[in-house]
Design a binder for this molecule. Structure first.
Ligand code: HPA
Length: 276
């Protein structure tokens, strides 16, 4: 499935389907929830919920910790769209399929994308529960959602000099400081997974200047930038990366650590939305 080409009309079909269901709501910001962070969708008020199984081209998530619905309503005083459940390359989806939601959001008029994820800490000082603002990323998936024909509204060679918006990062730092939540900043590397890294791979990542490693986000950011959307990314460090931690890694540990820090992360996300 990795080099499938989606039907060229799919983005428009999915966009108009979601548009019809929104019943007049006009979100300008979308929040993508990572592993174990699905709780935020429960805070959305006056929401319409659209199950992925009903949206053209949206696959149903296969990973525990990821629901499968778009929740559109009010959060922190604004109309928002919350994506609860992600598509990942490791599930066998093509980069183009993983990019579909972001293309739909852009079609809906959404111009700001807040991405959250769970990640392993490569920087030695990162403990489970550290929150890291993504300053930049390294695409080690070696997949790209922009290959193939250029869809309307995208460029052939998009600039990637500021994948994560400077102004949004400043805002997130300010929100975190006011709420007295520690927020680090660093470089995220995206790998395909699904196995966690080997210690040698983590040593490689360290030498590449990487601070955190995960299995998502990259494809969404690339797509958003190609559409001129601005991105903010926040990683929850759920574990020390392989070889740094003495114990084997497990998805259960990742979920547990994400759960422990979810309120702090929600505070930052809501604070940012409030001040957009
Ligand atoms: N590696 C990759 N992805 C992850 C990790 C990790 O250590 N922890 C949570 N997601």
């Amino acid at each position: 499935m990795t080099d499938e080409t989606l039907d060229p009309g799919l983005v428009e079909r999915a966009t108009s389907f979601v548009q019809r269901k929104m019943e007049g709501r006009r979100p300008t910001v979308a929040v993508v929830l990572g592993s174990g962070l699905g709780f935020l969708h429960e805070k959305v008020e006056s929401a319409v919920r659209i199950h992925y199984r009903d949206i053209p081209g949206f696959p149903v998530p296969t990973v525990y910790g990821h629901q499968g619905e778009l929740v559109i309503g009010r959060l922190a005083g604004r109309d928002v769209l919350v994506q609860s459940g992600r598509f990942h390359l490791y599930e066998g989806h093509s980069a183009e399929r993983c990019a579909l939601p972001v293309r739909v959001y852009s079609g809906l008029g959404i111009s700001t994308l807040l991405l959250t994820n769970a990640a392993g800490g490569v920087r030695r000082t990162f403990m489970p529960g550290t929150l890291m603002l993504i300053a930049d990323h390294v695409n080690l998936t070696f997949r790209n959602p922009l290959t193939g024909p250029v869809p309307a509204g995208e460029e052939r060679f998009p600039d990637m000099s500021e994948p994560y918006d400077r102004g949004l990062r400043r805002l997130a730092r300010d929100v975190a400081a006011r709420r007295q939540v520690a927020l680090d900043e660093g470089v995220y590397a995206g790998m395909v997974g699904p196995c966690y890294e080997t210690p040698a791979e983590v040593r490689m990542l360290e030498r590449l200047g990487v601070d955190a490693v995960g299995m998502s986000t990259i494809v969404e950011t690339i797509t958003a930038r190609a559409r001129g959307m601005r991105c903010l990314g926040i990683s929850t460090i759920t574990n020390a990366a392989s070889g740094i931690s003495a114990t084997p890694l497990s998805h259960a540990e990742v979920m547990e650590a994400a759960e422990a820090v979810k309120d702090k992360l929600a505070g930052i996300v809501e604070g940012v939305i409030e001040r957009l």
